[in-house]
Write a protein that binds this ligand. Structure first.
Ligand SMILES: NC(=O)c1ccc[n+]([C@@H]2O[C@H](COP(=O)([O-])OP(=O)(O)OC[C@H]3O[C@@H](n4cnc5c(N)ncnc54)[C@H](OP(=O)(O)O)[C@@H]3O)[C@@H](O)[C@H]2O)c1
Length: 317
């Protein structure tokens, strides 16, 4: 296996570092994707809920028409939103994403969250917007995902935001177990326990928010860009702390997808996949774990919700 690709269960290779597109706004995301491909990115992470797939689709069309790269040379992921969990809704939702992205197939389609909303409820505003895990179990939604795979609309299927218990359950009971689990993962949330479960089932862990979402932090919140340990290691390699966090993610066999719309940061982030850290440096970064989530999941657990943070992140299934 090359350092710059990771193998999935069937041996297919996925580029080890991809581009995230959440909060890459309309009017800038298309340019960012075109820049990223020109720089050498071959893995783009999208989602219907980011509301920018149409502009990304225009960029893809231009890129592939130019002959600069072929469709089959770029790994493209998208995700099923929470109000489309009825198995009958999966293929229509995927077809809409394919139309928006101007593609014939996806490389990977993920169930975005293990949370089901009533059709048309984009985000929960009241308790009635939810479907309970009993009303719409993930195992039912997964049947729709398997049909999408069998229909050739996507080459691989996976999940996102699954804790070890939920992952064990779905991995043990399905014809095509998930090939990827995309979760928050960075030096302050190293997900070692979940990574072990993923490895046991041959599931690749894709690391979202690998730079801690980059939002401005208050004093008590850990920050990749100012952390002294990352800063010290960065200094000795003459790179930035962000690059060290990304190098650490790739070196431990996870699959970071940092978002950037800035040409210089795009280039530096991609170069980080080639940076080699010593065992001692890897160990020091492992030691930064503090179970800190920047995406805390509270969106899903308001008053009257059938979901709790314990259910989402905890040890109950
Ligand atoms: N499955 C899920 O539920 C889920 C949840 C969250 C995220 N995701 C995916 O994961 C991707 C990445 O996560 P994220 O967007 O939350 O955050 P992130 O990649 O951790 O951080 C992105 C932020 O860091 C800045 N940045 C990027 N490179 C930098 C560098 N080298 N130095 C300094 N700042 C840098 C970006 O600003 P500039 O753009 O200005 O460079 C942006 O503000 C998302 O875009 C999305 O595709 C998935």
């Amino acid at each position: 296996m090359s350092r710059n690709t990771l193998s999935l269960r069937n041996g297919d290779e996925i580029p080890a570092l991809g581009l995230g597109t959440w909060r890459a706004d309309k009017g800038e995301v298309g340019e960012a994707v075109k820049n990223a491909i020109a720089i050498g990115y071959r893995h783009i992470d999208c989602a219907m809920v980011y509301e920018n797939e149409k502009e990304i689709g225009e960029a893809f069309e231009e890129i592939f028409a130019s002959g600069q790269v072929q469709r089959e040379d770029v790994w493209i992921t998208s995700k099923l939103w929470c109000d489309k969990h009825d198995p009958e809704d999966v293929i229509p939702a995927l077809k809409q994403t394919l139309a928006d992205l101007r593609l014939d197939y996806l490389d990977l389609y993920l169930v975005h969250w293990p949370i089901a909303l009533k059709p048309g409820s984009h985000f929960p505003e009241k308790p009635e917007d939810f479907l309970t895990p009993e009303e719409m179990p993930l195992s039912e939604t997964w049947k729709g995902m398997e049909k999408a795979l069998e229909a050739g609309l996507c080459r691989h299927i996976g999940v996102s935001n699954l804790n070890p218990v939920h992952l064990e359950k779905i991995a043990a009971t399905t014809t095509h177990p998930p090939e990827v689990n995309q979760v928050e993962c960075h030096p302050f949330l190293n997900q070692n326990e979940l990574l072990a479960v993923c490895n046991k089932h041959g599931v690749l862990l894709t690391a979202y928010s690998p730079l801690g979402t980059g939002k401005e932090k208050d004093e008590d919140t850990p920050d990749i860009f100012t952390d002294p340990v990352l800063g010290e290691i960065a200094k000795s390699h003459d790179v930035s702390p962000a690059e060290i966090a990304l190098a650490w993610a790739v070196q431990r066999g996870t699959n970071p997808i940092p978002k950037s719309i800035n040409a210089e940061r795009l280039r530096k982030n991609l170069e980080a996949a080639d940076l080699v850290l010593t065992d001692e440096e890897m160990g020091r970064i492992d030691g930064l774990d503090q179970g800190h989530r920047f995406i805390d999941g509270k969106l899903w657990t308001g008053e009257g919700s059938p979901y709790s943070l314990e259910w989402l992140w905890g040890k109950v299934g």
